[in-house]
Design a protein around this ligand. Structure first.
Ligand code: IPD
Ligand code: CA
Ligand code: CA
Ligand code: CA
Length: 261
């Protein structure tokens, strides 16, 4: 691994833990959150903004020439870019549901080089670096060996931007082939769960780069497949996401209508 990637991986791991600890303190605190809405069912809290500011401040102090794209503070397409979701799963967070995560990716040359997803309540840190594998807390992780939907436990993500008909069709087709289906509410954390084989696949009609990039690298480095998320979209517009073990990717592509190529 190139030295600067090793440094960036270590920095991302440290800041994800620190940011996650901040989110965990407020999650467990009795003091009310300041919640507002960016759109229908699209919560944002004071913690989302504070966590994102902390991550950027920390990374900028080590890598002053890098650029940043965060869900709450925005940013531009750029080489040597950190892409940050301070709390992925804010709807869970505000309701006291522990399935949420901090997601940090570093991209250069239009490819994800480093991806870290931290689950603060489980205290699990998922990390990957391009070409070097994926780990949960230092232990190598791998996608499952499941190769047909009749044995698969999959997540079909959805948000209010997406077309209801496509969502329902995907559920109908996947369930019709015997898949067990969830919607857990943090794309980043669920992609990490695909990477370690806790679930077998993930798809959603549209997510943003900050929801998906760290998890995409985790899945690929854990031996799984994803759609070419960055090749077919601008970074800012987002894209559909499809992620599964090699033996399941085609079946998940067929039921979701999301191309694996
Ligand atoms: C959302 C979560 C959710 C996914 C949505 C995302 P947020 O992110 O990842 O699981 O279905 O598409 O927008 O708003 O909680 O950071
Ligand atoms: Ca959000
Ligand atoms: Ca998100
Ligand atoms: Ca978020």
């Amino acid at each position: 691994m190139r030295d600067n990637l090793q440094l960036r991986l270590l920095a991302a791991q440290a800041v994800a833990r620190e940011a996650g600890a901040m989110a965990r303190r407020r999650f467990q605190d009795q003091a009310p959150l300041h919640v507002s809405f960016k759109g229908r069912q699209e919560h944002v809290t004071d913690v989302d903004c504070a966590v994102e500011a902390l991550i950027i401040e920390r990374l900028r102090s080590v890598f002053p020439d890098d650029q940043f794209l965060g869900e709450e503070s925005g940013g531009q397409n750029h080489d040597r870019l950190w892409v940050i979701d301070p709390i992925d799963g804010t709807a869970n967070y505000v309701r006291g549901i522990s399935h949420f995560s901090v997601s940090i990716a570093y991209i250069s040359g239009n490819a994800v080089q480093v991806g870290v997803v931290y689950a603060p309540i489980a205290d699990e840190l998922f990390s990957a670096a391009a070409g070097s594998g994926a780990w949960l807390d230092g232990k190598a992780i791998h996608v499952s060996a499941v190769a047909n939907l009749a044995e698969a436990y999959i997540e079909i993500g959805w948000n209010l931007k997406d077309r209801v008909t496509e969502y329902c069709n995907t559920i109908q087709k996947a369930a019709g082939q015997g898949a067990a289906i969830i919607r857990a509410g943090s794309a980043a954390l669920s992609l990490a769960h695909v990477a370690m084989g806790r679930i077998d696949g993930y798809c959603e009609q549209h997510v943003y780069a900050w929801d998906a990039l760290a998890g995409i690298l985790l899945v690929r480095e854990a031996g799984g497949k994803t759609n070419p998320f960055l090749n077919t979209s601008t970074l800012i517009a987002g894209n559909a996401i499809l992620a599964a073990p090699p033996g399941l990717i085609e079946a998940l592509s067929n039921v979701s209508g999301i191309s694996a190529e």
